[in-house]
Design a binder for this molecule. Structure first.
Ligand code: BES
Ligand code: MN
Ligand code: ZN
Length: 525
């Protein structure tokens, strides 16, 4: 466990084992970033040749570790590239890279830009998230993470800054747990186990809350309800049951609710929780199956975001639904050609059992709608097509309300996550409603063009006119390559930070469904 300390102090006289500074790339060559003034001064004329010898131009991703030889009190200086400017994103990335460049130091000081609380948050998040590794399944585990991280900051005693540190740690915990769940092998996190893990977390939080003598104002627990297969049957959740039918581990629908007194907004979250996606009878090629334990990343994200929002005591009511199922093959598996009746009564012709996400989400979205929230946001590793469009680092952002989509882009930016708006062309809706020869809706489009938009159009059928956004995280949920910035290899925990930031934003500025109503009012004069 690393403990963070926010402290005002001179970087050159800080006695930690290592000190981290940023390097900015400017027109006039590399310069140490704000926060490192003491280092610039201590090195004096030696700095420029040092940077050039280390080949540090300040590009993001660059890092070098050098012994200070007494120039600073710390034994080692870690220099990390930040690109041309100081932003939350550049600090978060640099801190992440730094965390992987330092090993076997008992204590580290971060002398990165910390002039505003958002930068302190970024440094703490970047460091903790960048140093993540999943070694539960290794027989030999190395724990060489520093026990103490000192965040150097001029305003260390100001409340906004200490609060930024605490808040960063809450978000880090939520993202870390999301990654752990995503990285857990699929045989060890099947639907019933996943639901139990969520319920256990709810209980642990409740216990921690009752143990605190005076919980901070507004801090409330999260109520967890697990619906089992009998309950799903009773409610007519044909989507979740239809997908779960091929597995000998039954499906679940987990509901969370956080209801703080005096909530100013009500947010509903829905996350795809396919604990393993073999494709079902429309089976995937073997090579596409190896990463499909990550198909529950949406559920993990919405669950952990909900707990973080509660932990932060944000004044927003949150109702969360995580449908969990394993998409497998057996004599009882759903067949391409079968018709499912979804919760709420709409019928769907299943044409490809590998398009299972939209089926479990449909039942959950109707549940979310019934809770009458102001907005609903779903998060899902939904389509390979979205990865084709945006690559593996960017979330596809769909929705039926431009105001909500714009706000999510904004909060995503603040949270350090990349989202890009995607269209739902009109003809997609027509195909969803017109292409089944026997049921209300066609689950799958026979042509593959625009697969991510078709999936979004399908989901839209289940939200009616409730303001809704859909985050397709098929690309960024799981990093198959090497670590970059604060993102490790494997599960990334994407969307958690954006959702927490959205709740924060809704707490400050409640959502009003836009466009249509106002235009009508204007027209009515
Ligand atoms: N879970 C996959 C989507 C996915 C693919 C996530 C790659 C992450 C990486 C989803 O259930 C799926 O199989 N989608 C199909 C949809 C198709 C059958 C319409 C796909 O993308 O091929
Ligand atoms: Mn699938
Ligand atoms: Zn899937």
């Amino acid at each position: 466990m690393t403990s963070f300390i926010l402290r005002k102090g001179a970087v050159e006289r800080t006695g930690t084992d290592a000190v981290v500074v940023g390097v900015l790339s400017t027109d006039k060559g590399p310069r140490l970033a704000p926060g490192a003034e003491g280092v610039t001064e201590a090195y004096g004329r030696k700095l420029k040749p040092l940077l050039s010898m280390l080949d540090l131009s300040g590009k993001p991703g660059q890092a070098a570790t050098v012994p200070t030889g007494g120039t600073l009190k710390a034994a080692v200086l870690v220099l990390v590239g930040m690109g041309p400017e100081v932003t939350g994103t550049s600090v978060r990335r640099a801190a992440g890279v730094a965390a992987r460049s330092v090993s076997n130091a008992a204590s580290v000081a971060l002398a990165l830009p910390s002039g505003d609380p958002a930068l302190v948050r970024a440094a703490v998040e970047g460091w903790s998230l960048g140093g993540y590794s999943f070694d539960t399944y290794r027989t030999r585990r190395s724990d060489d993470r520093p026990g103490e991280v000192v965040v150097l900051c001029e305003d260390a005693r100001k409340a906004e800054f200490t609060q930024a540190l605490t808040e960063a740690q809450v978000v880090v915990d939520a993202i870390t747990r999301t990654r752990d769940w995503v990285n857990t092998p699929p045989g060890d996190l099947r639907p019933t186990a996943f639901a139990e893990a969520v319920a256990a977390l709810g209980k642990a939080r409740k216990k921690a809350l009752t143990a605190t003598e005076k919980p901070a104002k507004g801090v409330k627990g999260v109520k967890v309800t697990v619906l089992d297969e009998q309950e799903l049957e009773a409610r007519g959740c044909g989507g979740i049951l239809g997908v779960g039918r091929g597995s000998d581990n039954p499906p679940r629908l987990v509901q969370l609710s956080y209801e703080p007194a005096g909530a100013t907004a009500h947010l509903a979250l829905v996350g795809k929780g396919i604990t393993y996606d073999s494709g079902g009878l429309s089976i995937k090629p073997g090579s596409s199956m190896t990463t499909m334990k990550m198909d529950m990343a949406g559920a993990a994200a919405v669950v952990n975001a909900t707990f973080a929002i509660a932990e932060l005591g944000l004044p927003v009511r949150v109702t969360t639904f995580a449908p969990m199922a394993e998409n497998m093959i057996s004599g009882s598996a759903t067949r391409p050609g079968d018709v499912l009746t979804m919760y709420g009564g709409k019928t769907v012709e299943v044409l490809n059992t590998d398009a299972e996400g939209r089926l479990v989400l449909a039942d959950a979205l109707v549940h979310a709608r019934e809770a009458k929230p102001d907005v609903v946001v779903d998060v899902a590793t939904l389509t390979g097509a979205c990865m084709v469009a945006l690559g593996d680092r960017v979330t596809g952002l769909f929705g039926n309300d431009d105001g909500l989509v714009a706000r999510i882009r904004e909060v995503g930016e603040r949270a350090g996550e990349a989202l890009w708006p995607m269209p739902i062309p009109e003809e997609m809706g027509e195909k969803v409603r017109g292409n089944s020869k026997i049921a209300d809706l066609a689950q799958h489009n026979s042509e593959r063009w625009g697969g991510a938009s078709y999936a979004a159009a399908f989901l839209r059928e289940f939200v009616d006119d409730l303001p809704w956004a859909h985050l397709d995280i098929a690309g960024p949920a799981y990093n198959e390559k090497g670590a970059y910035g604060h993102v490790p290899t494997g599960g990334t925990g994407v969307a958690v930070a954006t959702l927490v930031e959205l709740a924060r934003d809704l707490g400050e500025r409640p959502f009003r469904a836009d466009s249509a109503d106002e235009e009508e009012l204007e027209q009515a004069g």
